[in-house]
Write a protein that binds this ligand. Structure first.
Ligand code: SF4
Length: 345
């Protein structure tokens, strides 16, 4: 049964003065009017009518940068959201914003309206990546804002992007390690998708930017995922949802987008764990021939990761270890995310 639901409210960042090269908000919002505050109520009511049985519900303001819009507009939206929280119709209020749109005055205001979770669109901790992405601030701002958010008692989220210009496996690992030092409650990992009407799209057309391949996107995200989960950080999203691209008006122009990107990453991690165990077994037995039959085990919740998206791990093991007869089995004694390999003959 579903125990948690997020009610998303998209707040366009009208008149955003920044120039993030991956963002098409300017192109979209140029044709938009501000979201009327009352439509927050309509959206929340529509969602709530389908969420009766869900115990934990949150209203989440997504889109541009909530705390960078005029304070009066923030208050209008928050006032309505707070009514739902005060009336116990939702449990939490949640928003995302830019690291440089955080200060004491802004946080005081969010506290007054009962906001619980603030996610920072950090993207990278590497100054060069931030500069080339047109973010308009350096990494120091991220540390300060994160510290302030935690000092005020909010839950903190960190969003990171993979594959921006000059980003590499090393800068990705660095960003994940810096995130661990900050110790947020939640994190999101987004491989860069090139969206039409963006500077990144122009750069890709002119050959000045090469979009991430799926293989590279999986590799970098996998390493970050391992660092973050190893530190106990809850990764609530890996990869964009298709609706992130369709609404509002985001047409994809390239880069890596796979609707089940999280499974690609988790499947790759499963493959890595299983292969290490298998190699140790083979080393002990000295040859595939002597083993013959082997079984891979996973908790039921991790079975699909063991097999891999579209059976890609099965295909991999069949190709690399052709002399092994491999069976894929469920084991309830294993914890989710844990795998085992045993000789079965
Ligand atoms: S991502 Fe950058 S350009 Fe886009 S709305 Fe946010 S701050 Fe503005």
């Amino acid at each position: 049964m579903k125990t948690h639901a997020i009610i998303p409210i998209f707040i366009p960042h009208l008149g955003c003065p920044y120039d993030c090269i991956f963002c098409n908000q300017k192109a979209i919002t140029a044709k938009q009017k501000p979201l009327p505050a009352e439509s927050v109520r309509t959206t929340v009511d529509t969602w709530l009518s389908t969420l009766d049985s869900v115990p934990n519900r949150e209203i989440a303001f997504y889109g541009g940068s909530f705390t960078a819009i005029p304070m009066e507009m923030q208050r209008e939206y928050l006032k309505i959201a707070k009514e739902y929280k005060d009336g116990k119709k939702v449990e939490k209020l949640h928003l995302s914003t830019r690291p440089d749109a955080i200060d004491e005055r802004i946080l005081e205001n969010l506290k007054n309206y009962g906001v619980d979770v603030i996610e920072l669109g950090v993207q990278s901790f590497d100054d060069e990546v931030l500069r080339l992405s047109g973010r308009g601030h350096d990494a120091q701002v991220i540390y300060k804002s994160a510290e302030l958010i935690k000092a005020y008692g909010f839950q903190l989220g960190i969003q990171l992007m993979i594959g921006l210009p000059k980003d590499s496996l090393d800068t990705c690992i660095f960003s994940a390690e810096e995130t661990v030092k900050i110790a947020p409650d939640i994190a999101r990992l987004y491989p860069t998708v090139v969206i039409k009407d963006t500077e990144l799209y122009n750069q890709a057309l002119e050959g000045r930017y090469v979009p991430l391949s799926e293989k590279e996107a999986i590799l970098r995200t996998k390493e970050m995922y391992k660092i973050l989960t190893g530190a106990g950080i809850n990764i609530i999203r890996v990869g964009l949802k298709s609706s992130d691209l369709i609404a509002p008006g985001g047409l994809m122009g390239g880069g890596d987008f796979h609707p089940a990107f999280r499974q690609l990453v988790e499947g790759e991690i499963a493959k890595e764990i299983i292969e290490e165990r298998l190699r140790n077994l083979l080393k002990a037995e000295k040859s595939e021939m002597q083993i013959g039959d082997v079984s891979f085990f996973a908790n039921p919740a991790s079975f699909s990761n063991m097999v891999g998206n579209g059976g890609r791990n099965k295909k991999y093991f069949a190709e690399i270890y052709p002399k092994l007869n491999i069976r894929y089995k469920v084991c309830n004694d294993l914890k989710p995310g844990c795998f085992d390999v045993k000789i079965t003959k």
